[in-house]
Design a protein around this ligand. Structure first.
Ligand SMILES: Nc1ncnc2c1ncn2[C@@H]1O[C@H](COP(=O)(O)OP(=O)(O)OP(=O)(O)O)[C@@H](O)[C@H]1O
Length: 489
């Protein structure tokens, strides 16, 4: 794997670790052999781009087609155990012994040196940049995978003590930190799939299997490993944009009933692909526009969608430590299974939210997403917080109840939310008069629930983000409605 293919989460965690105490400078200057001038340039460029300096270093070094195994060895020389642990899921298992060696050394040292004054407790004590690559790696032929390592150090010697320590790795009882444990588990749950398998699964990208096209590529129906799947074939896979996109899509690994599962990804072929669970009910967008040949959604189905999406979002927003903000909640990204159970898809714009209890929002350099679903504070001031998703959810609720277009240039007030608020100001205006025309006046009509859902929509789309409810609150509100039995099936 090349440096530029590092999964987003791994890259991010490495940046966090190496930005700390400016450890990236040691990596760049001592181990990657960049000159002080180059190091300053990297720092300057990172500042200009509002990027982590480690990320900028990886971009520069990655341009030389360096591989993650090379980075692993440099971090080994730095004795940076947390960073090594972070890379464990993406390097060949033969390299893991290097980490064991450090862990053993650390546990021995920490037992014998009670008074050790360790500046960076997570990192190995001391630093010896001249530790050679162990002979076992050279014997195992890994040197072939690392074309640049020999030129970095001109290695010829092995280190037999290292080899024997490594062989004792089973005695190592030092446990990785829980953070990295978790990270490793999460990343390893997304399997890499061969492009050829996906080509076969979709009958050579047959037009008859095309489910739709979005901004990032085409989506095909397929059968992979005996399961129905939807394969997203990404456009311009060679651009760094898509690599980032894939990384961000890895955030989809959060498992929940209301989150569309990502089954796998493929990076080796002509286009990068993402493999999702196939959702036979199509997107909410298509269902609201009655573009699928299915009958209009009933109120029990609409309730199920409102309830399920609220449940999925509150799960993301209440992630321990850092909420996850989806950033692009809209009917096109809400997919329905055969039972109309909604699942939130498309994590291409998902972001880790503000960290820590004292931080309610963060300022971002660029706004992404779909304009009619985004609140003013994000569009104008670039304030990103879970309240952005709450606003988008509110707009979706207004669409769910009315099936009116979210943006209509023929209306005097184009945005649906503003249009409804304008109507609401009229005397004796009843929100239920906006109920989806496809069910209004039929046996499926439910004016009372229509009003409730629209009230929730209006509450969630309040101008002041502090006045919007938390998704947990919305979920509870929906959950506590007294509805007939059929609504809960
Ligand atoms: N897992 C899936 N199961 C069934 N259909 C899907 C699945 N994922 C996407 N689709 C269909 O494929 C179409 C294109 O999806 P895609 O996510 O690429 O675009 P979008 O969300 O509509 O737009 P954009 O990505 O530009 O926001 C959608 O209309 C959706 O109906």
């Amino acid at each position: 794997m090349y440096i530029y293919e590092l999964p987003f989460e791994v890259n991010k965690e490495l940046c966090r670790l190496l930005d700390n105490d400016e450890e990236w400078k040691e990596l760049a200057g001592v181990h990657m052999k960049y000159s002080p001038f180059d190091v300053n340039e990297i720092e300057r460029e990172a500042k200009n781009k509002l990027l982590s300096p480690t990320a900028q270093l990886f971009i520069k070094w990655g341009q030389l087609n360096h591989r993650v195994e090379e980075l692993f060895i440099l971090l080994y020389r730095m004795k940076h155990v947390p960073a090594l642990r972070c890379l464990v899921p993406v390097v060949d298992s033969r390299f893991h012994r290097l980490l064991s060696k450090h862990d053993i050394t650390r546990s021995i040292k920490s037992k014998s040196a009670d008074n050790d004054n360790v500046k960076r407790p997570a990192k190995m004590e001391g630093s010896n940049s001249s530790i050679p690559i162990p002979v076992m790696l050279m014997q195992n032929g890994i040197s072939n995978m690392l074309p640049n390592i020999r030129s970095i150090e001109g290695l010829t010697n092995g280190d037999s003590s290292l080899q024997s320590s490594s062989n004792n790795s089973s005695n190592n009882d030092t446990k990785p930190s829980s953070l990295n444990d978790e990270l490793i588990k999460k990343i390893s749950t997304i399997p890499m799939v061969h492009y050829e398998e996906l080509k076969a699964a979709t009958d050579n990208w047959s037009e008859s299997n095309l489910l739709g096209k979005g901004g990032f590529g085409q989506v095909y129906k397929g059968v992979w490993k005996l399961s129905a799947v939807a394969v997203k074939r990404l456009l311009n896979s060679d651009s760094s944009n898509n690599r980032e996109l894939i990384g961000e899509m890895c955030l989809n690994q959060y498992r929940h009933d209301n989150i569309l599962p990502l089954y796998g990804y493929s990076l080796g072929g002509p286009e990068a692909c993402l493999v999702y669970q196939y959702m036979s009910g199509g997107s909410l967008e298509k269902r609201l526009r009655c573009r699928t040949g299915h009958p209009p959604l009933t109120w029990p189905q609409r309730y199920k969608i409102a309830h399920g999406v609220a449940r999925g979002l509150q799960y993301l927003h209440t992630m321990e430590g850092t909420p996850l903000i989806h950033g692009d909640i809209k009917p096109g990204n809400i997919l329905l299974d055969q039972c109309i159970m909604p699942k939130i898809g498309d994590f291409g714009l998902a972001r880790k939210g503000p960290y820590g209890e004292d931080r309610t929002h963060m300022k971002v350099s660029r706004v992404h997403g779909t304009r009619p679903y985004l609140p003013d504070e994000y569009l104008r001031s670039h304030y990103l917080s879970p309240a952005v998703d709450v606003f988008s959810y509110g707009v979706v609720m207004l669409e769910l109840a009315t099936a009116l277009p979210v943006m209509d240039r023929t209306r005097t007030v184009q945005l649906l939310r503003d249009y409804i608020i304008q109507l609401q100001n009229r005397p004796a205006f009843d929100l239920a008069s906006l109920e989806d025309r496809n069910i209004q006046g039929t046996v499926h009509s439910n004016p009372a629930l229509c009003r409730e859902i629209m009230f929730i929509g209006l509450h969630c789309t309040r101008y002041d983000r502090h006045e919007r409810p938390a998704m947990l609150h919305v979920y509870k509100q929906l959950d506590s409605m007294h509805l007939p039995e059929e609504y809960y099936n």
